[in-house]
Design a protein around this ligand. Structure first.
Ligand SMILES: Nc1ncnc2c1ncn2[C@@H]1O[C@H](COP(=O)(O)OP(=O)(O)OP(=O)(O)O)[C@@H](O)[C@H]1O
Length: 250
């Protein structure tokens, strides 16, 4: 798929696949993430290319099949949390709003208006709204922005639970170490840097040894042994995380 704004190639002939379960579309600012979400949600059109979701052309998906939680919203400040979620459920064909509010710990703000919510609760509410009506595919744009560390951890646990029954795609400029993700796309400057699935992601590993002078040895056992023989002591030896691996690209 390609999409340009004037001379800027926001998506430059990109092609990637996401697996069932929980996926990440990751990229720094300006890499094309919002453009992709805007195309998928029908806000704008691609110049060329296609997207298939659940085996269908994305334009043919029904409101009960795909949902979005956008980073920015123009929701009316006066809408009430519980009433709004319930209305969305009815519109999508299944009002499971109570269950979703329970999951995202929103019951205590159920009767509040959107304008009365703190930034973190606003985000949780927007994320939760994407799960009401049990759509099969849920796209979450920056779901952790403004969310405190405890709520973030809880949200990740909820995603791990929900991914068994539906497909969740987190679109973000920051990677969050979630225990088990099923696929990953790294976008950079409108191009796909990496697209990994399942086992390919689990194979990212090894070790990282940091020395007191700041030097680092990654996955080189001979070098590590040699340095220790020469009297150097690593300050820490840790496993290489997916986050470390990603940092090498930027
Ligand atoms: N409406 C527009 N008009 C002109 N250029 C645009 C427009 N929208 C996006 N762009 C440009 O397209 C490129 C991709 O932007 P996009 O918003 O898709 O990136 P992003 O990955 O979502 O970034 P961020 O993380 O900052 O939201 C950028 O260079 C951006 O300046």
């Amino acid at each position: 798929m390609s999409k340009s704004y004037g001379d800027t190639k926001a998506l430059d002939n990109v092609s990637f696949k996401l697996s069932e379960g929980l996926s990440f579309i990751l990229g720094p600012n300006g890499s094309g993430k919002t453009t992709f979400i805007k195309i998928l949600s029908g806000i704008t059109y691609p110049d060329a290319g296609e997207i298939k979701v659940l085996g269908k052309d994305y334009g043919d998906l029904t409101k009960g099949e795909i949902s979005f939680s956008f980073e920015k919203t123009n929701l009316s400040p006066s809408i009430k949390v519980g009433e709004y979620l319930s209305a969305i459920g009815e519109w999508r064909g299944e009002d499971n709003s109570r269950e979703v509010m329970e999951m995202f710990e929103l019951r205590n703000v159920e009767s509040k208006r959107f304008s009365e919510l703190s930034q973190g609760y606003k985000r949780r509410f927007l994320v939760a709204s994407a799960f009401v009506g049990s759509p099969k595919v849920v796209f979450l744009d920056e779901p952790f922005s403004n969310v405190d560390i405890v709520a973030k951890k809880r949200m990740m646990e909820v995603f791990m639970e929900l991914k068994r029954e539906r497909n969740i795609v987190i679109v973000s400029h920051v990677f969050t170490n979630i225990e088990e993700i099923d696929s990953l796309v790294v976008l950079y400057n409108g191009k796909v840097l990496r697209n990994l699935h399942g086992k390919e992601l689990q194979d990212i590993g090894g070790f990282k040894a940091v020395f007191s002078d700041g030097s680092v040895v990654v996955n080189d056992l001979d070098e590590l042994v040699e340095r220790i023989r020469n009297g150097q002591r690593p300050v820490s030896i840790k496993p290489v995380t997916l986050e470390d691996w990603l940092m090498d690209f930027f």
